[in-house]
Design a protein around this ligand. Structure first.
Ligand SMILES: N[C@@H](CCC(=O)N[C@@H](CS)C(=O)NCC(=O)O)C(=O)O
Length: 82
């Protein structure tokens, strides 16, 4: 089972696209949400790992993936095996 962590914040429309995809695919219990506005430590971790604070960012087994459309596509393609 893959470890999935989504770095996001609520007001970000690109994050909302990914969050909707997560919900639509029934993956809410499989994706750990890391709000970067509510938890400074989440933002710091994202910055430390990637040098960026851009969201959404999905960590897949510790490897960060940026770009909402790429993330949504990956989730859709892999949902059955998660
Ligand atoms: N093309 C990107 C756009 C992501 C984006 O612009 N995110 C904004 C928030 S809505 C952001 O994180 N801006 C701050 C930054 O890039 O440091 C995607 O679709 O994921």
């Amino acid at each position: 089972m893959k470890k999935l962590e989504l770095y996001y914040f609520d007001e970000c429309p690109y994050c909302q696209l990914v969050l909707r995809t997560v919900a639509d695919l029934g993956l809410k219990d499989k994706v750990v949400l890391k709000n970067i506005r509510k938890e400074a430590a989440n933002r710091e971790k994202l910055m430390k790992d990637t040098g960026r604070s851009t969201v959404p960012c999905l960590y897949i087994d510790g490897v960060p993936m940026f770009e909402s459309k790429d993330i949504a596509r990956w989730l859709t393609d892999n949902a059955k095996g998660l």
